[in-house]
Design a binder for this molecule. Structure first.
Ligand code: PLP
Length: 388
């Protein structure tokens, strides 16, 4: 053990995605289906709002909670999209991406040893962020056969006297899963029965397909008071680099999160806050165009996986497909490494998203159609070589 480094930090792994993409970057000439961010540039009217803010000399700190106008805009947006009403005065905190929101939420509510349930495969940060906040990560495996839905019955079996929090992420990175409304209702009842808090990461909530709607658990009866709803502009508005997210929740928890945020971050960048106002108030047409593209690409990658006879759960949201590659006889990691070395196509091994991801790879379709076509031709060739 290296005693210079805190034992808790030594305990957490580096992100499996990061390791992998360091190799990708050193190679050049690679088609990447690896990165979980839109290939679109932030729409011009949003960039212009930030430029205009700078021109007007808006370069200072804002309130720790975020610009009052942005908090108003968020309250209206969430009310309209997710049917939950939050007070801009004390129930909304603007933060540096959902990433900061997850960290703040967990640090604000966990005591050492508290257990946090979450579904796996899941976004890479959940387990480590729980550990860093002193909690105990308790992943629940979800299965392709069940469309990676999390069942209330599985949650109930895992609840112990130390369980304090349930984390949810629907639509899900990396599986593209949506949560059926009936099951969400059962989960809400369970949370009330066992007095659990919920941290729900709804960063992909605008990106659902086939006319299916995303439902927020925060909107269900008696759930607002026990739920921290996290959202942001990174994905739907192609604004990953602006680092702008927000947390909505009960005033006492938002106040606790704000205390950590004010000492560690102070406030989100003012120009990003100005851009977010424009995105949330006037970004709907731009979002629609990008959504249309994603929907077409999703159909393409799903058809490609079908043709390759790779089992998968049809993605209903986000911009990922998570096919099973077990028939090649390769582990997820070997599949991804060999595909990269032999065909120069980058995908993420499913194990980067937890042990439940073994046997799978994540392909992002936030990549243009031309590249997707070439990538899947190469994947087809690779699989035919490996399964000869
Ligand atoms: N949550 C999920 C499920 C994600 O997939 C990502 C990014 O890939 C994030 C949060 C990070 O979001 P942000 O850019 O708002 O920090």
């Amino acid at each position: 053990m290296n005693s210079r480094i805190s034992s808790i930090v030594q305990k957490i792994p580096k992100s499996g995605i990061r390791d992998f993409f360091e190799i990708v970057q050193s190679m050049g000439d690679v088609i990447s289906l690896g990165i979980g961010e839109p290939d679109f540039v932030t729409p011009w009217h949003i960039r212009e709002a930030a430029i205009y803010a700078l021109e007007k000399g808006k370069t200072a700190y804002t309130s720790n909670l975020g610009l009052p106008r942005l908090r108003n805009t968020i309250a209206n947006y969430i009310q309209q999209k997710l049917q939950v009403s939050y007070s801009p005065k004390n129930e909304i905190l603007v933060c540096v991406g959902v990433s900061e929101g997850i960290d703040l939420a967990l640090r604000a509510i966990l005591n050492p040893g508290d257990e946090v349930l979450y579904h796996e495969p899941c976004y890479v940060s959940y387990g480590p962020t729980i550990t860093l906040a002193g909690g105990v990560p308790k992943p629940l495996s979800t299965r392709m056969e069940d469309h990676f839905v999390l069942f209330a019955a599985d949650i109930e079996k895992a609840i112990t006297p130390r369980t304090k929090v349930l984390m949810l992420n629907f639509p899900t990175n990396p599986t593209g899963a949506l949560m059926p409304y009936e099951e969400l209702t059962k989960i809400a009842e369970l949370c009330i029965k066992h007095d659990l808090l919920v941290v729900t990461d709804e960063i992909y909530s605008e990106l659902t397909y086939d006319g299916l709607a995303h439902h927020s658990i925060a909107a269900l009866s008696q759930m607002k008071e026990r739920t921290i709803l996290l959202h942001g502009v990174s994905k739907a508005f192609a604004m990953t680099g602006w680092r702008l997210g927000f947390a909505c929740g009960p005033a006492d928890i938002i106040e606790a999160m704000m205390k950590i945020h004010q000492y560690s971050i102070l406030c989100a960048p003012i120009m990003s806050q100005e851009a977010a106002i424009e995105a949330l108030e006037s970004g709907a047409p731009s979002l629609l165009k990008m959504h249309h593209e994603y929907a077409q690409r999703r159909n393409f990658v799903a058809a490609a996986c079908q043709e390759l006879k790779l089992p998968f759960s049809f993605p209903r949201g986000a911009f990922y497909i998570f096919p099973n590659i077990a028939k090649t006889g390769l582990s997820s990691k070997d599949f991804a490494l060999q595909l990269l070395q032999e065909k120069k196509v980058a995908v993420v091994p499913g194990t980067a998203f937890g042990a439940a991801g073994e046997g799978y790879i994540r392909c992002s379709y936030a990549t243009n159609m031309e590249k997707l076509k070439i990538a899947f031709e190469k994947i087809a060739l690779f699989i035919s070589e490996k399964t000869k």
